[in-house]
Structures are given as C-alpha cells and as structure tokens.
Design a protein around this ligand. Structure first.
Ligand SMILES: [Zn+2]
Length: 388
C-alpha cells in the first residue's frame, strides 16, 4: 500500500503544477556548443591585416583550427530518472521512471485500464521500489522504464469496470492502438468506445511516442484479473511468442495464445507493438484486489526472466555471407531450421518445399531477410514444421 500511496502522491502532487521532470536523455544530446561558437580566422581577415612584407608569414601561420577531435564526455546518466512523457485528457502528467543505463530498453506499464485494474499500479510500483533497493540485481545491459499508471484519469475515476477502466473521453485505451482498429470493440461482450481513430487519445499517442523513441527490446503491459499471460498477434513480426513463453515459465501463469473468446480486442497495444517489431506481452494478475505476497513473488520471478530475456538472434543478411550472424539452436514452436541448398530461391521454398503453406512475404518477415533476391545457399532460415 505504501507504494501505491507514493505513486498517487507523485501524480496528484504534480497535477496543475509545472512539471519538474528531467528529460531522460537531455545529457546525451549535449553538443559541443563551445567548439561551434569559437570563431576561426577567415581568409578575408588574414588578407585585411597582412601587409605585403609579411604576406608570406601571414599565409603560413593561421591555418584554420580544425574542429577539436575530443568531444566532451557527457556526464554519466544517474541510475534513476523521472520523466513526464505527456498529459492525460484531464491534464494529469503521464509519468515514468528509468532505472539503469544499459543499451537494452525494457518497459513495464501498469493501469492502461485505470482504476478498474488499480492493482497493476501496485505491482509496477513494487517493482520500482524493489530495483531501487536491489540495483545490483538489474542486469547491466538493461535500462528499465517503469510506467505505473498509463491511464491516470481512469485511476482517479474509481475502480468501476465502466468508468474507471476508460480515460476521460470514455475510451478504452487498450482498443485505441493502430492494429485492426475499429470504432467499437468490446470488453467481454459489452461494447466499448475505441476512440475517434487510432491514437486519438493523448494517453495512447504519448505512450506510442515514448515507445518508438526508446525502442525497447521487450514490453510488459500489466492487466487484471484473468491470471494468464497473453502474447500478441503477428508473431512473425516480433518475438512476442518467445517472450511470453519465458514469462509463463517463470511466473506459472498459463500462456494464452488466442484472444478472449467473444471479446473484440481490436486496437490492442501489444498487437501494435508486433507491427513495429517490438516484443510485447500482457500479464493478467489473478484478482482485482491488492496483490498477495505470493502473487508478488511469482511476478518478481517473471520480471527477472523478462530483464534477463535476450532477443533471439535474427538471421539478417548483412553481407551475403551464410556464416553471418549466430543463430539460436532452437527454432520457435511450429517452425524448424532449413538450410538453403545451392540454386534454390525463396520462391522455390515457398512453392516446392512448403507447398504454399507459407507466403513469401511472411517468410521474409519471419527471417528478417533484408534482400529476398540475395539469399545465399547455405543460409539457415526458419520454415513451418509442416514443410518437407
Ligand atoms: Zn486490462
């Protein structure tokens, strides 16, 4: 409860006041202004001051100073920073926290469904407190971005499934993303508004922008309360399936690969993440109540697996060499590795080896092939298990 109070105060306290949040990467973007501003002698100036007698000297001496090769080292990023990435319909700040400075960004996002799923604020806040106190446990390659409350207006509106779940425009923010968006979706079988268009809501547009800016390797959205973990659609475009498998194994929540029967979940956040190549997963807590110690501990195991999770190596061909890139030993479920024989094109594989069970576009996306016309013999690619 202390954690929730802390977040509540943070967001309530900043409401209506000027944000004091630090831009997370301000120091990184520092440019050597001083070097740019220092004037270098121009040829005109030299000519003006030079007399015929000293012309030779004048020409030889002031060669323009080259730009300094030593760039100022930016001060190291602090372990923790708070940032504001936008404002809600009712002008509440959308706040996040970064812990750690590694190159692999990871996001954990709570309460896109507001007060209805208020205990997701609790679990993300506990995660923030935990890694503040155990910073040595955060993998050094990771920068962990925590957004405890993605829908502060819904949180302020209470715990009701109809009012508390939506934003202040009565829009379900997990139906407002640009994935098969349609104006009316459902929660269960009850119709909900998905907004006037994809990303019509400031909360989702701001979240999209911060995700695209930081390009995380993996994202968790917390929900409640189905007690399962969902992978996203378009598995061939991101590693959502692999990520979700690892979280299911660590938490013990069942991996549900299909959507909720009877529910129209268009405009879903993690489905959209797949379309931009980011692996996302949805963890559904088991209740709408304050999380028990046991549920916190299973989630902590899941978060550890999430932070240690490595994006499977892709098979991107950079230089045409079949040796390029190291490949994972295990193919994802439903797929197997196939070594391209001499003189075989991708179309041969689609029509002969796989007999049309996979389309060319899908094969290219699945294997992240940069140039389908330049696929060398000997390269290993993933194909459906059903292929010969
Ligand atoms: Zn939800």
């Amino acid at each position: 409860m202390a954690a929730v109070t802390m977040i509540g105060l943070g967001i309530g306290g900043a409401l209506g006041s000027v944000s004091t949040a630090i831009k997370p990467d301000a120091s990184v973007k520092m440019t050597p202004q001083a070097a740019l501003a220092s004037p270098t002698p121009t040829p005109a100036a030299v000519m003006e001051t030079a007399t015929p007698a000293t012309l030779e000297v004048a020409q030889a001496a002031p060669t323009p100073t080259p730009a300094p090769t030593v760039t100022p080292t930016p001060p190291p990023l602090p372990f923790e920073e708070t940032f504001t990435y936008g404002y809600s319909v009712e002008n509440r700040p959308l706040q996040g926290f970064r812990l750690g400075t590694g190159e692999s960004a990871r996001f954990i996002i709570g309460a896109i469904h507001g007060g209805y799923e208020w205990n997701t604020v609790e679990v993300v806040s506990k995660t923030l407190e935990y890694y503040r106190e155990h910073r040595e446990e955060l993998p050094v390659n990771v920068a962990l971005y925590l957004i405890p409350l993605a829908n502060p207006d819904g949180y302020a509106a209470g715990r009701d499934a109809i009012v508390g779940r939506m934003n202040a425009h009565s829009v379900d923010l997990n139906r407002n993303w640009d994935y098969r968006w349609q104006m009316t979706a459902t929660h269960g079988t009850r119709p909900v508004s998905a907004g006037a268009g994809p990303f019509s809501e400031p909360e989702t547009a701001a979240l999209r922008d911060v995700l695209l800016e930081k390009r995380p390797d993996a994202v968790i959205f917390y929900h409640s309360a189905m007690g399962v973990v969902f992978s996203g659609a378009d598995r061939e475009r991101s590693f959502t399936y692999e990520l979700t498998e690892s979280i299911a194994a660590a938490t013990g929540y069942r991996h549900q690969t299909e959507g909720i029967p009877g529910q129209i979940t268009t405009g879903d956040a993690i489905d959209w993440l797949s379309t931009v190549g980011i692996a996302g997963t949805e963890i559904e807590l088991t209740t709408h109540a304050s999380i028990s110690e046991a549920e916190w501990l299973r989630n902590l195991k899941g978060i550890r697996a999430f932070l240690e999770w490595r994006v499977p190596q892709s098979t991107v061909v950079d230089d045409g060499s079949p040796e390029n890139g190291s490949l994972p030993a295990d193919a994802p479920a439903g797929y197997k590795w196939y070594t391209i024989p001499d003189g075989t094109t991708l179309l041969d594989i689609v029509f002969s080896v796989c007999e049309g069970s996979i389309e060319l576009d899908e094969l290219v996306r699945l294997n992240k092939i940069a140039n389908p016309d330049m696929v060398p013999a000997g390269m290993r690619i993933l194909i459906p298990e059903s292929c010969q």
